[in-house]
Design a protein around this ligand. Structure first.
Ligand code: PLP
Length: 394
C-alpha cells in the first residue's frame, strides 16, 4: 500500500503481514515467512498464541478500561505475580518501555531530591538504548538518536559500558549521583554482553554509595536470555527494574518495579498514567507469565539458544566476513566485519525476518517456542545470504 499520510518516522520494508502462527507470518500475498525478530523481542510466545488470544477475547468482552481512579483486580494480581517472579517488591504499570524507563528516572530523581541532592544525576552507558521520549532518548547512548532534539534532558553522566572502574571514579568525584541505569545486555547497541563480574561490581559500587541500581530489562527480561531476568545469570538484584516488550506479547504494557528504598519513593500524585495497568493489558500480562512458567520457557530459551548459536557457529565459524557470534539464550548477535543492513532485504526475499543493529550486527530475537525445523531454516538461510552478500562485495 502506498500512503503519504504517515509521518516519515520509519524506513519500512516493502511487506505487509496479514496473519501469523507461532514463528510463522504470512503476507497479504500469501507468502510465508519465519520470524526471527518477533516484532523486536515482543512476541516471545509466538504469534496468535491460543492462551493470549483467549484471555484477550474474554477480557475484552468483560471490561477493558476503568482508569486508575479505582482498584483494578488484574493489575494487583499481575503486580503480585511479577514481584514473586522477580524478587521485586512493588510495581507501576505503563504502556511502553520508554514510559517504564521514564518512571525509573522519576523514581531516581525523587529519591535524590528527598535526600537533599539538588541536581540528582544518573549514570548511563555508551551504546545504550532506553527509548524515544525526551528523558529516555537523553539517557540513550547514541548520537543519532539525540541529533536535532537538543536541548537534551540533563542529569545524565555517560560512561563506557562494561567498565566498572569508570563508575568507581565518578563515585569519588561527583556528589550528585543517585542511580546507575544499565541494560544487563545491550540490545540495540549490538547484543553487547558485559564481562561476568561487571554487574556484581556495579551492584557493590551502588551499595557503597547509596545509589539505586536500575536495570533496563525491557529486551533482555522475561525468559529471553534463558533466565527470568538477565540479571539472574549474575545472582544480583536491582533496586529498580523495567520490563515491557514481551510482557504483553504484543499488547502494549510496561512495568517499573522497585525494591528496598526505591519502593517508598512515590507517593500519591507523584506519577500516573491513564491507560497504565488497565484490565485488558494486565489480564494478558498475567497469561504471558503463566504460560512462561507452565512451559518453562526460560529453560527452553537457554537450550534452544545454545542449539541455535552452535548451529550458526558450525555453519559460519571461520567465514571471512564473520567477526563473532555472541548471545545469551535466544538474544543473539552475529557481528560481521562490514556494515550489513542489506542482509535484511536479502533475508526477506528468502522468507526470513531478521534485524541488523549497530550497523554490522545481525540481531536474532526469535520466539522462545522455536523448534528444530525453524532453527535449521534460520541457520541455512543466514548462511546462504551471508555467502551471497560476501560474493557481492568481492
Ligand atoms: C525497546 C526498548 C526500550 C523502549 O521500549 P518502547 O516500548 O519502544 O518504548 C527501552 N529499553 C530497551 C532496552 C529496549 O530494548
Amino acid at each position: 500500500m502506498v500512503t503519504n499520510s504517515l509521518m516519515a518516522t520509519y524506513r519500512q520494508l516493502p511487506v505487509t503481514f496479514s496473519h501469523g502462527k507461532g514463528l510463522r507470518l504470512w503476507d497479504t500475498a500469501g507468502q510465508e515467512y519465519i520470524d526471527a525478530i518477533s516484532g523486536v523481542g515482543v512476541c516471545n510466545l509466538g504469534h496468535a498464541h491460543p492462551a493470549v488470544t483467549e484471555t484477550l477475547c474474554k477480557q475484552a468482552s468483560k471490561l477493558i478500561h476503568t482508569s486508575n481512579l479505582y482498584h483494578i483486580e488484574h493489575q494487583e494480581k499481575l503486580a503480585d505475580t511479577l514481584c514473586t517472579t522477580t524478587g521485586m517488591s512493588n510495581v507501576f504499570f505503563s504502556n511502553s518501555g520508554a514510559e517504564a524507563n521514564e518512571t525509573a528516572i522519576k523514581v531516581a530523581r525523587l529519591y535524590g531530591n528527598n535526600n537533599k541532592i539538588k541536581t540528582p544525576t544518573i549514570i548511563v552507558a555508551e551504546q545504550s538504548f532506553h527509548g524515544r521520549t525526551l528523558a529516555t532518548l537523553s539517557a540513550t547512548g547514541n548520537r543519532k538518536i539525540h541529533a536535532g532534539f537538543e536541548p537534551l534532558v540533563g542529569g545524565f553522566l555517560r560512561v563506557p559500558y562494561n567498565d566498572s572502574d569508570a563508575i568507581e571514579q565518578i563515585a569519588h568525584r561527583h556528589k550528585n549521583v543517585v542511580a546507575v541505569l544499565l541494560e544487563p545486555i545491550q540490545g540495540e547497541g549490538g547484543i553487547n554482553i558485559p564481562s561476568s563480574d561487571y554487574l556484581h561490581k556495579v551492584r557493590e559500587i551502588c551499595d557503597q554509595n547509596g545509589w539505586l541500581l536500575m536495570l533496563d530489562e525491557i529486551q533482555s527480561g522475561l525468559c529471553r536470555t534463558g533466565e527470568w531476568l538477565a540479571a539472574d545469570h549474575h545472582g544480583i538484584k536491582p533496586d529498580v527494574l523495567t520490563l515491557a516488550k514481551a510482557l504483553g506479547n504484543g499488547i502494549p504494557i510496561g512495568a517499573c518495579l522497585a525494591k528496598g528504598v526505591a519502593t517508598e519513593v512515590f507517593q500519591p500524585g507523584n506519577h500516573g498514567s491513564t491507560y497504565g495497568g488497565n484490565p485488558l493489558a494486565c489480564a494478558v500480562g498475567q497469561t504471558v507469565i503463566d504460560v512462561m512458567k507452565e512451559q518453562n520457557l526460560a529453560q527452553q530459551a537457554q537450550q534452544r539458544g545454545l542449539q541455535l548459536q552452535n548451529a550458526l557457529q558450525a555453519q559460519l565459524g571461520g567465514h571471512p566476513l564473520l567477526k563473532t557470534i555472541r548471545g545469551k539464550g535466544l538474544m543473539i548477535g552475529i557481528e560481521l566485519n562490514i556494515p550489513c543492513a542489506e542482509l535484511i532485504q536479502m533475508a526477506l526475499n528468502k522468507g526470513l525476518l531478521i534485524n541488523v543493529t549497530a550497523d554490522s550486527v545481525i540481531r536474532l530475537l526469535p520466539s522462545l517456542i522455536i523448534e528444530d525445523e525453524e532453527i535449521n531454516f534460520i541457520t541455512e538461510t543466514l548462511t546462504f545470504i551471508i555467502n551471497e552478500f560476501s560474493n557481492n562485495h568481492h
